[in-house]
Write a protein that binds this ligand. Structure first.
Ligand code: 3PG
Ligand code: MG
Length: 409
């Protein structure tokens, strides 16, 4: 992996350190439903606090257009404090006099959270003045928000050009895990890709067939591939305008020595609603009035048998309509098999992106994977092989901030 600048050897004592975090947490009726993104910040926060940095946390929350109370980070500050077991001060703006005064009041080792960055339109526009106003609040910039690395926003791209920029421990862990998955993976490497549409994962699929030995497809997108092979898929969700594209991906895969695996059986129902009569059928016997809503047991067995000979598995997207039982069974069974292979030490397994984390937690296996990414869109864009605006500035260049390094010889 190109080396990134990390906190190793960085002298932060008494310095104002601007830390980009991702507090865009799932919240339902005022309660945080998944704390993974806060949990993953703890190593960076504890390390900076122990090293006596003055910690200024910046984050977005939701997609507000201007101020609105519902998206205020004020509501999350107490949860952050509870999680870290440390007081967290809050400032009602992320730039300007309010923020400047709050930062000036910070003592060594203390933490301040600033209000939602997206209350200013300069954030998403990567406005140079807004970036400068943020940079003005710190002497060092630390990016610990891999899940935002696909956004070329002021707090991610702009600020990193104005201050010496480093990866936090969470960012570092994500990049190391992703490197294990597709950078220099132990082979054979398999990608399991699900989700509904080929069209939204086109770049992903084209990049993957080049890199992986086995591509297991599930979910709605597998239907499009099946249809492109001439299989009758009844009234299943599929993108009939993408058949040619699916064939092109198959051709590309064949040329790269990548095996594409499609379901050999499916769980079908008349409609996608709970409580329907379901039936498992071989994939070439889907009745004309039924839709495929999950992979069947024969597919699970075939996939698991193939995965046994793999050394690396990267997973994005569920195998079926997993939110609605019983159509979660295929996803759960494959996830559990990957978890077992990981526990046995025979594979490195990395999961991430959107629904994936929810699917793997529902399967009860998140803790058993080698690594689960906190990222949705950023994980996908990384898997598409794109350069991420939040990662590029952290790649180690010749030492830019010599005076900030303490224990470097
Ligand atoms: C996410 O939740 O994926 C990140 O926080 C980025 O949020 P965004 O998709 O609103 O930019
Ligand atoms: Mg997103």
């Amino acid at each position: 992996m190109s080396s990134i600048r990390t906190l190793d050897g960085l002298n932060v004592a008494g310095k104002r350190v601007l830390v980009r975090v991702d507090l865009n947490l799932p919240v339902h009726e005022g309660q945080i439903t998944d704390t993974m993104r806060i949990d993953r910040l703890a190593p960076t926060i504890y390390e900076l606090s122990a090293k006596k940095a003055r910690i200024v946390l910046i984050s977005h929350f939701g997609r507000p257009k201007g101020f609105n109370a519902k998206d205020s980070l004020a509501t999350l500050a107490p949860a952050v404090a509870r999680q870290f077991g440390m007081p967290v001060a809050f400032a009602t703006d992320c730039v300007g006099p309010v923020a400047e005064e709050a930062v000036a009041a910070l003592k060594d080792g203390e933490i301040l959270l600033l209000e939602n960055l997206r209350f200013h339109k300069g954030e998403e526009e990567n406005d140079p003045d807004f970036a400068a106003a943020l940079a003005n609040l710190g002497e060092i910039y630390i990016d610990d928000a891999f899940s935002c690395a696909h956004r070329a926003h002021a707090s991610i791209a702009g600020v990193a050009e104005l201050l010496p920029a480093y990866a936090g421990r969470g960012m570092e862990a994500e990049l190391k895990a992703l490197h294990l998955a597709l950078g220099h993976p132990d082979r054979p490497v398999a990608a399991i890709v699900g989700g509904s549409k080929v069209s939204t994962k086109l770049d992903l699929l084209s990049n993957l067939v080049d890199k992986v030995d086995l591509l297991v497809l599930g979910g709605g997108m597998a239907n499009t591939f099946l249809a492109s092979r001439g299989v009758r898929i009844g009234v299943s969700l599929a993108e009939m305008h993408m058949l040619e594209t699916a064939r092109a991906i198959e051709t590309q895969a064949a040329a790269c020595g990548c095996t594409i695996m499609l379901p050999v059986d499916g769980v079908v129902a008349e409609k996608f609603t709970p409580g329907q009569a379901v039936q498992t059928v071989p994939i070439d016997q889907v009745p004309d009035d039924r839709m495929i809503l999950d992979i069947g047991p024969a597919s699970v067995a075939a996939i698991c048998a193939k995965l046994k000979s793999c050394k690396t598995i990267v997973w994005n997207g569920p195998m079926g309509a997993f939110e609605t039982p019983p159509f979660d069974r295929g996803t759960v069974a494959v996830a559990q098999a990957v978890a077992r292979l990981t526990e046995d030490g025979s594979v490195v397994s990395i999961g991430g992106g959107g629904d994936t984390v929810a699917a793997l937690s529902a399967a009860g296996v998140s803790a058993d994977f080698t690594y689960i990414s906190t990222a949705g869109g950023a994980f996908l864009e990384w898997m598409e092989g794109k350069e991420l605006p939040g990662v590029a500035p952290l790649i180690a260049a010749p030492q830019v901030a010599g005076e900030l390094m303490s224990n470097c010889a």
